[in-house]
Design a protein around this ligand. Sequence first.
Ligand code: CFM
Length: 545
Amino acid sequence: MANKIIPDPSKVREELIQKYPAKVAKKRSKSIVINDPEIIPEVQANVRTVPGIITQRGCSYAGCKGVVLGPTRDIVNIVHGPIGCSFYAWLTRRNQTKPETLMDENYIPYCFSTDMQEENIVFGGEKKLKQAIQEAYDLFHPKSIAVFSTCPVGLIGDDVHAASREMKEKFGDCNVFGFSCEGYRGVSQSAGHHIANNGVFKHMVGRDNTPSEGKFKLNLLGEYNIGGDAFEIERIFEKVGITLVASFSGNSTVRAIENSHTADLNVILCHRSINYMGDMMETKYGIPWMKVNFVGAESTAKSLRKIAEYFGDAELTAKVEAVIAEEMPKVKAVIDEIRPRTTGKTAMLFVGGSRAHHYQDLFNELGMTTVAAGYEFAHRDDYEGRNVLSSIKVDADSKNIEELKVLPDPELFNPRKSEAELEALREKGLEINGYEGMMKQMTNKSLVVDDLSHYESEKLIEIYKPDIFCAGIKEKYVVQKMGIPLKQLHSYDYGGPYTGFEGAINFYKDIDRMVNNPVWKMIKAPWEKAGNGKGASLAANYVTQ
Ligand code: CFM
């Protein structure tokens, strides 16, 4: 199939902001840029959404409890706040877990909340919180209980940290700690990631010094096991002989995280949500980190090679090559069959903070072009690369979030590689403690939009008519009513895993089914059917009885 004609991006940019009032247009225009992978332009990111604009973003509590802590199966996560905050976050993220035995603790199916009422808002909720912690302890005797504050808790000033400390001392055998992750703490869930990283680092990492077994030991940071992604990565690690000490935090346990400082390398999948942890562990324990990507078969192979290169062991290198040689033919057989049907098609990806980048690799493998992409809440470094970090202005919103002062641990600091060894690895092209960001990989003149608004998404679809739009549940049905299939890249709809080799095969098949399904050309949105096609005469429906 011939490549589609891509519209002139500067005109598209103009059209996107045309309808906004002057001040809004000025602000939005800084977040809408035309990509040039050679001279990467500056993107405005991690700033407040203009009030009134429908954003895709979530809140700080979502980033802390839902994203970073939620997937660890044996922490009782109590949400201190009104029931809705907990109920609507209950099992919606599809983070899976696999307890080793039926007797192992697994609290993921539960929904723990203090169910704050008006009385607690008026007279304070700490007493109720302590009761809830006590109740959870009596019922489950968990190793850890974490408390998450939602908006009203911050407004009325409940001290969740003091309450947690008190209960921790009282129990003696249960680690209780709190998070001030009220929804309003930052401009998006990104603030919650940072708050979660700080809390996990302070209250969990380093509590268990038992030496971990294995020759090549690493932690997988920023992999949350959506749709079983971590299971596929675990399968591959096992096959090549890599020991996964801890995953932060898909399919993970308290013990693994507490012992994670015994690993010799941190590999980071989702840079946005957990880069703080990589840096802090490097400073305190001397463990370097490396950005990897297990989304895409080629990217998986590349990441495995990078890991082997880091450890610098001939046996591991040979094993990695053998596994790649064994896995790739299966992938290739599927892609050879599907690729002729997907080549030349176009995709748009607007997801949180890392998938809009990573999934471009899978679309490339399918011969598809990403014409526009953006993150909901990532920062400039996720777009432009970490070399811009020093030039990012710290605004009032970012200042709100604590930066932990981390120092080398007097006993446990042990640089896994000397400066000279790290330098040698860098010379070989291995990016240690680095990330190039999304834009370097995107095609010239593709459009990059941060914190895409609902209005802009409809406009983009109208102008580009992409073959597939990737976003989340909030966008799904509106986009599909416009006749464009939407693949959820947060929850994967009902699919996954999409990581590794097996995951790539799953993704190719799912995308093939979506972009080549004739049904999308047959449907008309209700407003198109209703009148003259201009959407003018759709009548409201009333239930009269
Ligand atoms: Fe990282 Fe994520 Fe993402 Fe994210 Fe998220 Fe998610 Fe996401 Mo939804 S941690 S930034 S806060 S990869 S929940 S598993 S899919 S927005 S792109």
